[in-house]
Design a protein around this ligand. Structure first.
Ligand code: NIG
Ligand code: FE
Length: 435
């Protein structure tokens, strides 16, 4: 892998820019969600980690600057492949030690996620591993995941803490994210999820734990700039709506933005939270009509994570069609975690969105790129291929973008560019480049 000061990708079969003619600010909604801004036989020029020009190969080759400097520019012949903005995976939980294979088997035998959690499995069973691990070990785990994500086309990742559940272990988890991020050329946005579940030692004393989240975890994470967001698992058996509000207030006081796991197992009224301007409500399997109409007027993104429904073997999936048709901005993410969604593949999440939530391939791509960027408030830098944005690109060994969700379970990403750094990911494709 190396950072190229100048990079020219040419002969791109479909350059999926995600440029949208309406130019409406904020996340994509309604019919804007399927506008991909495709350029046939496209080319992209990147300088110093930024995209500087986007157009056809023919026009790019006539550019006087390129003509003059061509021999100093690293050139990649994409030979008809498809190029997308790198995926923005806006919901992941990468700081854990072990897979939860016992939970997996119990569920196959018929136990539900809630039953397994009540019997001592679930989130709490991942806590011991994190509490006992050193920061270095956790950072190595996170880094390995980030690299694997990049190999699947993801260049920006939101990473949550949430399996430590003490001040020390939550800060250690955020430090591990920071350490891994510093060793990866992509972009990481960190989230404090101290309010993932009430730890065993606070059972029956949830208010005491919420106080620790509000008075110790949030202030420390903010002061040390370890997180940009605070997340809460708002659910029966986790945190109540009232506790979520308390935590959001503390986040606001300390200058951190908020997001929440909402409506995963049961519904919670969303309206009372909107004044906190949450960047995103995630899962959203259960949401009422009134809230759908309200969300259509706000920029809070509904982040859908169908990997969870797939992995838990659920019959129902979030109602993406209803949300999109009502004008709610929708993003897609993997929710990579050991309990409900051990996948780091955005193409897999997109495939599930198409087959089980009836999103079109075009909508799935926009939801996995620009709307993911909106859900992380990085849309000024990420999520589309336009001059001025970061040089984050993913090259796929396909002729048509619809093949990306179509060939499910296989990785067709052959190269990623992250802030101008090129990583060859699979097969022998290198576009004439020695990486
Ligand atoms: O997004 N719901 C809360 N958090 C995760 C599950 C975490 C776990 O089971 O370890 C989720 O599904
Ligand atoms: Fe999650």
């Amino acid at each position: 892998m190396r950072k190229e000061s100048s990079l020219f990708l040419a002969n791109i079969g479909q350059l999926v820019t995600l440029r949208c003619a309406s130019n409406r600010p904020g996340p994509r909604r309604g019919s804007d969600l399927k506008e991909l801004g495709i350029i046939e036989d496209g080319a992209v020029l990147c300088l110093g980690g930024k995209i500087v020009s986007v157009g056809t190969t023919k026009d790019a080759l006539r550019d006087p600057w390129l003509k003059k400097n061509r021999k100093n520019v690293t050139e990649i012949d994409c030979a008809g492949k498809v190029v997308l903005p790198g995926f923005v995976d806006s919901h992941t939980h990468p700081v854990f030690i072990s897979p939860r294979l016992v939970d997996f088997e119990k569920r196959i035998e018929g136990a539900s996620y809630e039953e397994i959690a009540a019997a001592g499995g679930g989130i709490r069973s991942s806590v011991e591993g994190v509490r006992g691990a050193g920061k270095r070990v956790l950072a190595e785990k996170v880094l390995a995941v980030l690299r694997d994500m990049a190999a699947h086309g993801t260049t920006t990742v939101e990473a949550k803490s949430g399996y430590g559940l003490t001040v020390e272990s939550e800060m250690k988890s955020l430090e591990a994210i920071r350490e891994a991020a510093a060793r990866w050329p992509g972009t990481v946005v960190a989230t404090l999820l101290g309010a993932h579940v009430i730890p065993k030692e606070f059972q029956g004393r949830s208010q005491k734990y919420v106080e620790i989240v509000c008075k110790e975890m949030i202030p420390q994470a903010a002061k040390r700039k370890l997180a940009q967001f605070v997340d809460v698992f708002c659910e029966q058996g986790a945190f109540t709506a009232g506790e979520t509000e308390q935590i959001f207030e503390a986040a606001e006081q300390h200058g951190l933005s908020v997001r929440a796991h909402m409506g995963q197992l049961s519904g919670t009224a969303l309206r009372p939270f909107l004044h906190f301007k949450p960047a995103s409500f995630d899962h959203m399997d259960h949401v009422n009509e009134d809230d759908i109409a309200e969300l259509a007027k706000h920029n809070t993104v509904a982040t859908l994570v169908p990997g969870v429904n797939y992995f838990l073997g659920l019959k129902e999936y979030p109602q993406a069609r209803k949300l999109i048709d009502a004008g709610v901005p929708v993003a897609l993410a993997t929710d990579y975690n050991p309990g409900t969604s051990p996948t780091l593949s955005m193409p897999m999440a997109m495939s599930l969105a198409c087959t089980h939530m009836k999103m079109s391939p075009a909508e799935a791509i926009a939801a996995a790129t620009i709307n993911g960027a909106c859900a992380l408030r990085v849309a000024d830098r990420k999520g589309t291929i336009e001059p001025g944005k970061d040089a984050d690109l993913a090259v796929f060994e396909v002729e048509d973008y619809r093949e990306i969700p179509y060939w499910f379970g296989a990785n067709r990403c052959v190269m990623t560019v992250m802030n101008g750094a090129v990583a060859r990911t699979a097969g022998n494709f290198c576009g004439g480049l020695s990486v």
